[in-house]
Structure formats: structure tokens, C-alpha cells
Design a protein around this ligand. Structure first.
Ligand SMILES: [Zn+2]
Ligand SMILES: [Zn+2]
Length: 345
């Protein structure tokens, strides 16, 4: 079968980027009795996937790529029977598999599981996952929308962590795939006014399609006045930072109201350090800055939300698996919200 593989590692001394390629590899088989064989329909490109080419994950060469997918069950192991899954079911899944028994898992913080396995390999024609990673799609959800469940799940947890009051002014920093899905989710979760801060015009347009009340260019010289005008001279009650850009994240401290909640949910560059004046931001403004790593426990709830969501404006391009070099280059350009592989091609 065809699969997108990381075939060249990042070179630390020359800073030369790694490379992906579409390779012919053996079709995976069910080995353990609780496993499920999925024929992949769509697999999307994650905002973090280009980091594979930048050596962030220290993977062996070659390594399979991708962790966001939808598909159809082709076979089930004899013990994959706890969730009522059947051959032919349309499904999505969670690449991150936690142990369920370490202190973090038992304490409700399984994103920090000490024995987690994060098996990617979604950008391929087939994948084998354990039953506990596989979720049947609710009625009426398209396979294309369902491919975005994993990043949508990140949006679900970020919105929960933002912990705003009904009717609040909430801002999303960054109009990438997750930022856009979050915009629609915020409008369905009681935010009064949603503002998206995004420098690229195309993404600002998509943010409006996803229900944003206001879109602003954070690089405008008078951006702070624009924020004050929208929020009645107060600033945002909550800001979710999804741009992954260090300076953009730093700037959100100035857009926030006193007592605001800020959720920094991106994977930032490893060399960016943020400085902030503690007297101003933690004493006078009482900002609450919440970090975020992964989202684990919200996954079943993210699946439940899918029928209420419409991700059509988020998906910009669909590629065949052997167009993977182009897809990764396009993702790295930062111009597009969400790029998806049609894994049947
Ligand atoms: Zn992802
Ligand atoms: Zn654990």
C-alpha cells in the first residue's frame, strides 16, 4: 500500500530540512486481538507535521507520518468487541494511546501519561489501531469532516480551558485549522462576541465564514485601539492563542482585559522565550495564563459535537498521497487553513 514516510532527517549542523516521500510499504495486519484494521478515507496534515521536517520529534528514518484520519473498518480482532464496532462502520480515531493506570491517567490528566504510545501512520491507505483509539462516527457526519476530529478535539479542550462566562468577548489568535474550528465552536458554546486575530486575508475571510463577529489584522499599527473599540475599552475576557507564533502570543497579553484567561495551546518554536513585566501582567492585570499540551479526555465529547459542526470552509486543498511533498510544502507556507489527503488515491 502507499504511505507518506519521513525519509530524510533534519540535519542539525547544516539546518537542512528533512523530507517526506510516498512509499510502497506492506499493508498493516491485525497482530493483537483487540486491534482494528481501518481503510483510511481522508488524513489531514497537522499544523505540527512540518515540525517532522525540522527534527522536533527525533524519529527514526524512515518513519510513517500523519495522525488525523477518518475511514471505514475493514476487519476486527476477536477481542475488539467492547464498543460494538463492526466491519463497514465509518470511524475516526485518536493516535495518542494512554495506559489508563499511571498516576496521571488515574488523576484525570492522561495527556501526561507516563506510558503513552503515539502511533501516527495515518497518511496511508490502511492503519491498525487498538479498539480504544477508534470511535464510530455519529449519523450524518461526512468522512471529510471526520478527518478533522483530532485537531477539533484540541479546539474543544482549549475552549474548555478558556473558561469564559456566557456572552463574553473571546478572541482567537491565529486563523489556522484549529483556530477556525474553535471560532465556530465558541459561537456554539456561549461566547458573546468572537474576534479572530489573523494577518492573512484569506484566513480572515474563512474566519467570517466560520462565524467570527470580527476579524482583525494583528499587524495593523492601530491594533490596540481596534481591540479597545470592539470590547468597549476593556480588552478580551478570554484569548485562545492558536497561531503558534511566539511574538503573536506575547502580543495577546496586551489585548486581554484585566482578569482575563489566556490559553496558550500551540506548539511553539523551541528557541522562543517570552518576557513579560510581572508587575503589569500578573499583579495589575491579574492575567491567568494557561498552557496546554494535548487533549485526551475530551475526545469522545469532540466526536459527539461533530454533527453540530461544519468544517467545509476549513479544508482548502485535497491531495493524493503521492503529492505529499507539495502538501507538506503548502502546509509549511502558512497560507492554508487545513490540507487533507484523499488516501484512496
Ligand atoms: Zn494534529
Ligand atoms: Zn498513563
Amino acid at each position: 500500500m502507499k504511505a507518506v514516510m519521513l525519509v530524510k532527517a533534519f540535519n542539525e549542523s547544516t539546518k537542512e530540512l528533512g523530507e517526506v516521500a510516498c512509499m510502497e510499504v506492506p499493508k498493516p495486519e491485525i497482530v493483537n486481538e483487540d486491534e482494528v484494521l481501518i481503510k483510511v478515507a481522508y488524513a489531514s496534515v497537522c499544523g505540527s507535521d512540518p515540525h517532522l521536517l525540522e527534527g522536533y520529534f527525533d524519529l527514526p528514518i524512515p518513519s510513517p507520518c500523519g495522525h488525523e484520519l477518518s475511514g471505514t473498518i475493514e476487519a476486527l480482532g476477536p477481542k475488539a468487541n467492547r464498543k460494538g464496532l463492526k466491519v463497514g462502520d465509518k470511524v475516526t480515531g485518536n493516535f495518542y494511546r494512554t495506559c489508563g493506570s499511571c498516576d496521571y491517567c488515574l488523576g484525570g490528566e492522561s495527556q501526561f501519561c507516563e506510558h503513552a504510545e503515539g502511533l501516527g501512520a495515518a497518511q496511508a491507505e490502511y492503519i491498525v489501531w487498538h479498539e480504544d483509539q477508534v470511535y464510530k462516527l455519529p449519523e450524518g457526519v461526512s468522512l471529510l469532516d471526520a478527518a478533522l476530529t483530532e485537531p477539533f478535539n484540541i479546539a474543544v479542550r482549549a475552549v474548555e480551558l478558556a473558561d469564559f462566562r456566557l456572552g463574553a468577548h473571546v478572541a482567537v489568535s491565529g486563523g489556522g485549522g484549529i483556530g477556525l474550528m474553535m471560532t465556530q465552536l465558541l459561537k456554539r458554546s456561549g461566547a458573546g462576541r468572537v474576534t479572530v486575530l489573523e494577518p492573512m486575508e484569506g484566513k480572515r475571510k474563512r474566519a467570517l465564514e466560520m462565524g467570527a463577529d470580527y476579524v482583525l489584522n494583528p499587524l495593523d499599527p492601530d491594533i490596540e485601539e481596534q481591540v479597545q473599540k470592539i470590547t468597549g475599552n476593556k480588552g478580551f475576557d478570554a484569548v485562545i492563542e492558536s497561531s503558534g507564533n511566539g511574538p503573536a502570543a506575547r502580543k495577546t497579553l496586551d489585548f486581554a482585559a484585566r482578569g482575563a484567561h489566556l490559553v496558550f495551546m500551540s506548539m511553539y518554536r523551541r528557541d522562543y522565550e517570552m518576557s513579560m513585566n510581572l508587575l503589569e501582567y500578573t499583579y495589575r492585570k491579574e492575567l491567568r495564563i494557561q498552557g496546554m499540551y494535548l487533549a485526551q479526555e475530551s475526545f469522545p465529547r469532540a466526536v459527539n459535537m461533530l454533527p453540530q459542526m461544519n468544517f467545509k470552509p476549513v479544508v482548502e486543498k485535497i491531495y493524493a498521497l503521492d503529492e505529499c511533498k507539495q502538501a507538506y510544502a503548502d502546509q509549511k507556507s502558512g497560507k492554508y487553513a487545513k490540507l487533507v489527503f484523499d488516501c484512496t488515491k
